[in-house]
Design a protein around this ligand. Structure first.
Ligand code: AOF
Ligand code: ZN
Length: 379
């Protein structure tokens, strides 16, 4: 049986999660934590979410707003408050100092250096309750926990398809497959991730810019191209349009055997990134799952990439799904079957790969004439 207190705790955690979700693109690589504070009489007196890295954590933003009204009050936070001096001082100290009487925590910290907050707070006499059954909180932080456990960025695959499941070329940017409102959603996402990933096939066929246009940009995404054999054209639009660094990921032997191409690309402002792979992956023209996993890990380690948006064709999508490297998908489905020039014969279709991945739908709705669906891994 659910008591009124439990139902209220869930509602407040949901409120905190909704607030935190708006911080996507601002907080990473930190988790975007939401916090709501009520005074001793139960009135909400403060709320906040994590600021950009180095800025205040969600609890601190909420505590500042609450001021002295936090004394004897309740705090709901989507994540166990941090117990360490990172770029900022520990939230546990601030909560204790503010005189919070009760704390409801929506998920446990998995980052070892910051953990232990709950124990500290209990030692200080605060009544701490853990409520890890709120879906909105679980969905909010799954990306952060996943990054901590895998060492890889959170990967969102985006594509636009026709009614019958064929992909567009270019992926999602053809006006006849994706409406203006879908494109806006894509550009907003481009302005919130650390990297956009595509394949050489898409570059050669469509010459995309992969920048965020006509939206408020929270960060500038690096543009990463999977180009096993180093075929990247030096007159590609990506190299001449302003935007994030262009990284050309290739096989080490392709870079070794073609130093001129490396030199030309570097002179044009790109970074060539040879990525090792297992010996049996000598298939020309593609990266296998192992090499893709390594590329993603390198981007996380060397460049601090926490989030990736893929905008690629069905071949690369298949490799990513096949290696369990896709964490979420945003798919636009146009009402029409579309003209030719698609990839109608490619099997399996990305929508079949997505169905097999067993993601949960987080959101679906209409964007102009298109249907948009956002889904992500469950655990
Ligand atoms: C919280 N509240 O809002 C966030 C937390 O370098 P720092 O000081 O910003 O600490 C970053 C770590 O703190 C991060 O890796 C994660 O473990 C935790 N994030 N904790 O209490 C917050 N964003
Ligand atoms: Zn903190």
């Amino acid at each position: 049986m659910t008591t009124d207190v439990q139902a209220h705790d869930c509602a407040m955690l949901e409120r905190a999660a909704r607030l935190a979700l708006r911080g996507h693109g601002e907080a990473e690589p930190n988790p975007s934590v939401g916090c709501v504070i009520a005074d001793a009489r139960g009135r909400v007196v403060g709320e906040g979410r994590t600021r950009r890295p180095g800025g205040a954590h969600g609890e601190i933003v909420a505590l500042r707003q609450a001021g002295s009204a936090a004394r004897g009050g309740i705090a709901w936070t989507t994540l166990e408050p941090c117990n360490h001096h990172g770029r900022t001082p520990p939230c546990v100290d601030a909560l204790i100092e503010a005189g919070i009487a009760r704390l409801v925590v929506g998920s446990i910290e998995t980052n070892a250096v910051a953990s232990g907050g709950i124990a500290r707070l209990r030692e200080a006499g605060i009544d701490v309750e853990i409520r890890s059954d709120v879906d909105a909180v679980r969905r909010l932080h799954i990306g952060f926990h996943r990054r901590i456990s895998t060492g890889r960025p959170w990967v969102v695959a985006k594509w636009a398809e026709t009614f019958d499941g064929a992909l567009a070329t270019p992926p999602g940017v053809s006006p006849w497959i994706s409406g203006r409102r879908s494109l806006r959603m894509v550009h907003r996402e481009r302005g919130r991730v650390d990297a956009i990933l595509t394949g050489i096939g898409t570059v050669i066929a469509d010459d995309p810019r992969l920048d965020a246009r006509d939206v408020r940009q929270r960060r500038t995404a690096r543009r990463v191209v999977v180009d096993p054999d180093l075929q990247f054209p030096t007159d590609a639009a990506m190299l001449t349009t302003p935007g994030g660094e262009v990284i050309v990921a290739c096989r080490p032997d392709a870079a070794r055997s073609n130093p001129d191409a490396v030199h030309r690309l570097e002179a044009a402002g790109a970074r060539v990134l040879p990525v090792e792979g297992p010996d049996d992956e000598t298939l020309r023209g593609r990266f296998g799952g192992e090499r893709l996993a390594r590329l993603l890990r390198r981007l996380a380690e060397q460049d601090g990439v926490a989030t990736v948006l893929t905008e690629c064709g069905p071949g690369l999508l298949q490799s990513l799904f096949g290696a369990d490297l896709v964490d979420a998908a945003v798919v636009f489905t146009a009402p029409a079957t579309g003209p030719t020039g698609l990839h109608p014969s490619h099997r399996p279709r990305p929508r079949d790969l997505l169905a097999a991945a067993g993601f949960e739908t987080v959101w679906s709705g209409h964007r102009g004439p298109d249907t948009a669906r956002w889904s992500q891994r469950v655990g």
